[in-house]
Design a protein around this ligand. Structure first.
Ligand code: MG
Length: 361
């Protein structure tokens, strides 16, 4: 099975409500999709979102990286030589992790199909169900409370609360949501780099003193501020999760060795796909650090690749894979089933996606 063709197209899917974080506001998933075709006619699919404020990748840069660098480098390579393909993929161009992730997952899709198994089983796992949280965008307090209550009504019992815009108000936001949803709903707080280290400690300690329990606080300070991450991690009881601070396996080693966080958020768009994400999993596991699997604003192809990784690796103990739940429509055929908080894996070989607009009528 040799790589014969790598093509790109664009999908545009409206969101149920605008997605707002400390970094941006978005109302559509507008992603690049990839189809890798082999010489015997088998296809694998991938997807990359242009999350310029986090990865630096744009639609134009993703397409250019794939069409002008990655596709010519991988042409003619055997899918069964997975390690060789991945080394070539990561060696042919620096950075461009979203473009690499899209092609990586399409190649893993094909590799698992060549094994006749769903990808999560090829990765060594057997979890057939994953529980995801749901993101609550940062807004005025009343709106966040009503969005949280709506999510709980829909069956979500873990909420990811976006904050980080105004530090004092963030305490009120989190407290109000906790009061509204009661003690049984888990709250994950994501500041998206919006606080200073001192603010973060003050906010988290205040909430701890109020008895507001939080499953974790994600990326309280700037991505590059490992000292700040460490400052916060060592001064609060609540677990601190590194997101924007950890892209690569090298980042994971440094962060863990410096004790700059308690948990690591793996996203395929940061690592450049499954191949490098597996290295982060192995590093975290070696140090006894648990991981969360997250996604950018992605639709079902990329989120399904992340779901397969989560179902395949025990070190991934938490999932933040709500991309498909935020989309107004599902334009794809096949793949895991997204039923509210439950992601149900199935036995279709590969990622399981069988139809993608832009490629398949
Ligand atoms: Mg985050």
């Amino acid at each position: 099975m040799r790589i014969a063709k790598i093509e790109t197209a664009e999908v545009n899917i409206p969101l149920v409500t605008p997605f707002k974080t400390a970094l941006r506001t978005v109302d559509h998933v507008n992603d690049i999709v990839v189809r890798v075709t082999t010489d015997d006619g088998e296809v694998g699919y991938g997807e990359a979102p242009p999350t310029a404020v986090i990865t630096g990748d744009t639609k134009g840069s993703i397409r250019c990286a794939i069409e002008e660098f990655i596709a010519p480098s991988l042409a003619g390579m055997e899918i069964e030589n997975l390690d060789g393909v991945m080394r070539k993929l990561h060696g042919c161009i620096l950075k461009n992790t979203s473009a690499k992730a899209a092609v990586d997952m399409a190649v893993y899709d094909l590799f698992a199909k060549s094994c006749g198994k769903p990808l999560y089983r090829v990765l060594g796992g057997n979890r057939t169900e994953i529980e995801t949280d749901l993101t609550i965008s940062v807004n005025e307090i009343g709106e966040m409370v009503s969005d949280s209550l709506k999510a709980v009504e829909q069956g979500f019992d873990i909420l990811k609360i976006k904050v980080g815009k105004e530090s004092l108000k963030d305490i009120e936001r989190i407290r109000a949501i906790r009061d509204a949803v009661g003690p049984d709903v888990k709250l994950r707080i994501d500041a998206n780099q919006g606080w200073t280290a001192k603010d973060a400690v003050r906010i988290i300690r205040t909430l701890e003193d109020m008895g507001v329990e939080m499953d974790l606080v994600e990326q309280p300070v700037s991505a590059h501020d490992f000292e700040g991450m460490k400052y916060v991690t060592s001064r609060v009881n609540t677990k601190i999760l590194a997101d924007e601070s950890v892209f690569s396996p090298e980042d994971a080693i440094r962060l863990i060795q410096e004790r700059a966080a308690d948990l690591i958020n793996i996203k395929l768009m940061k690592t450049g796909g499954i191949y490098e994400a597996l290295k982060v999993c192995a590093i975290a596991e070696s140090y006894g650090v648990e991981c969360m699997i997250g996604c950018m604003l992605e639709s079902k192809i990329a989120v399904s690749a992340a779901a397969h990784l989560a179902a395949g690796k025990g070190v991934i103990s938490r999932a933040d894979l709500d991309g498909p739940s935020l989309c107004r429509i599902d334009p794809y055929a096949g793949g895991p089933v997204y039923e509210g908080r439950r992601i149900l894996m199935n036995e279709t070989p590969g990622l399981g996606i069988t139809g993608v607009p832009g490629f398949d009528a």
